[in-house]
Design a protein around this ligand. Structure first.
Ligand SMILES: [Ca+2]
Length: 311
C-alpha cells in the first residue's frame, strides 16, 4: 500500500521533470494528481510537457493531469514566462513534442485540488514546484482544506541571492501575492526549500555512470534531462532542486533546518518577490526552512528511485 498521498503542482520544464519522474517511480508515493501553473512555461505547455513525459516513462502510472492558472493573482507585472531560460526548450526536443493520448479531466486545477484533498481517505501532502497561484486560490475558495492537508512542501524563495532579480527567486517572484497567502498561513505545516539549499543538491559523475549503465527508458530520459540542466548551468554539478524537494517529501532526514518566520515582499518594486526569512524568531516561526542537505542520502535515493532499486 503506497503510504504517501501527494498532489504535485508544476510548471514542467527540465527541473520539474526530474521530480515528476521520481514521484512516479517511487514505490511509496501515490500521485493523486498533477496540476499545472504558468511559470517557466505556460500552464498549457506544462500540461503538454507533463503528459508527454509520463508517456515516455517505464511505468503504468497514469495520474490525472489538470491544467491550472495561466496568470498570477494580481497581474501587476507580466508573468515571467518570457524570462524563462531558453534552455527549457530543450525539454521539448527531448520529449520530441509528438501528441499523446491521455485521459482528459474536464476540471480546473484549483477545483481538482480542493475536491481531491477533501475526499481523499488520508491526509494529502502538496509538493508545489512552480508559482503558488493554484494553491493560494484553493485556500481562498475552500479554507477548510487545511484540516485535510498533512504537509506543504514549497520549492521557492531565497535566503541569499535570488535567481530572477538580485533578491527574488523565480517561483515566488512570479506571484508574490499567492506566495504570501501560502507562506503566511498559520495553520499549515509548510516546508520552504530555498535556492540556497538546492545549490548542494547535485549528482556526482559516479551517480551519472550508474544511470548510464541502467538501460531502462526512465534512466536514459533522466540522463538527457540532466544533460540539459548541466548545459544550462555550464557545470557538471548543476543543482536539481525539484528532485531534492520531492525526495524531501519522502524523507524528512534529507534536510536539516529550523522553524523560521517567513514573509514575502509584495509592495516594493525594487524587492518584489523577496522572501524575508527570520531564523531568530524565538519560537514564533511557522515555516520549516532547511539549512543543510545530506548529500550522500540525496544522491543515493535519487539513483535508487530512478533505477527501481528499493529493496
Ligand atoms: Ca518549477
Amino acid at each position: 500500500m503506497k503510504h504517501k498521498q501527494i498532489i504535485l503542482d508544476v510548471d514542467t520544464g527540465l527541473d520539474d521533470s526530474l521530480a515528476l519522474m521520481l514521484a512516479l517511480k517511487h514505490p511509496d508515493i501515490n500521485v493523486l494528481g498533477i496540476t499545472t501553473v504558468s511559470g517557466r512555461v505556460s500552464a498549457e505547455q506544462a500540461y503538454l510537457n507533463t503528459i508527454q513525459l509520463i508517456n515516455r516513462l517505464d511505468t503504468h502510472e497514469r495520474p490525472p493531469v489538470i491544467k491550472g492558472s495561466g496568470e498570477p493573482l494580481l497581474n501587476r507585472f507580466p508573468i515571467a514566462t518570457h524570462q524563462a531560460h531558453s534552455t527549457e526548450e530543450q525539454l521539448h526536443r527531448i520529449l520530441d513534442g509528438s501528441s499523446v493520448e491521455y485521459p482528459v479531466l474536464d476540471e480546473h486545477a484549483v477545483t481538482f485540488m480542493i475536491n481531491t484533498i477533501l475526499k481523499n481517505a488520508k491526509p494529502v501532502t502538496l509538493v508545489l514546484m512552480g508559482p503558488l497561484t493554484n494553491f493560494a486560490l484553493a485556500l481562498k475558495v475552500a479554507p477548510e482544506i487545511v484540516d485535510y492537508i498533512s504537509d506543504v512542501i514549497v520549492m521557492g524563495g531565497a535566503e541569499g541571492k535570488g535567481n530572477i532579480t538580485s533578491v527574488a527567486e523565480f517561483n515566488i517572484y512570479c506571484d508574490p501575492e499567492a506566495a504570501q497567502i501560502v507562506l503566511g498561513h498559520p495553520d499549515l505545516n509548510i516546508h520552504l526549500i530555498t535556492l540556497d539549499i538546492c545549490q548542494n543538491a547535485f549528482l556526482t559523475e559516479e551517480d551519472l555512470e550508474t544511470l548510464l549503465e541502467n538501460d531502462q527508458s526512465t534512466s536514459q530520459l533522466a540522463l538527457k534531462i540532466l544533460q540539459g540542466i548541466t548545459n544550462q548551468f555550464r557545470n557538471v554539478y548543476a543543482p536539481i532542486s525539484g528532485a531534492a524537494t520531492l525526495l524531501y517529501a519522502m524523507d524528512s532526514e534529507l534536510l536539516e533546518g529550523e522553524m523560521a518566520e517567513v514573509s514575502v515582499e509584495t509592495g516594493s518594486p525594487l524587492t518584489r518577490g523577496m522572501t524575508v526569512i527570520n531564523r531568530e524568531s524565538y519560537g514564533d516561526g511557522h515555516v520549516f526552512v532547511p539549512s543543510d542537505i545530506d548529500h550522500q542520502r540525496f544522491t543515493e535515493s535519487f539513483v535508487r528511485t530512478l533505477v527501481g532499486e528499493w529493496l
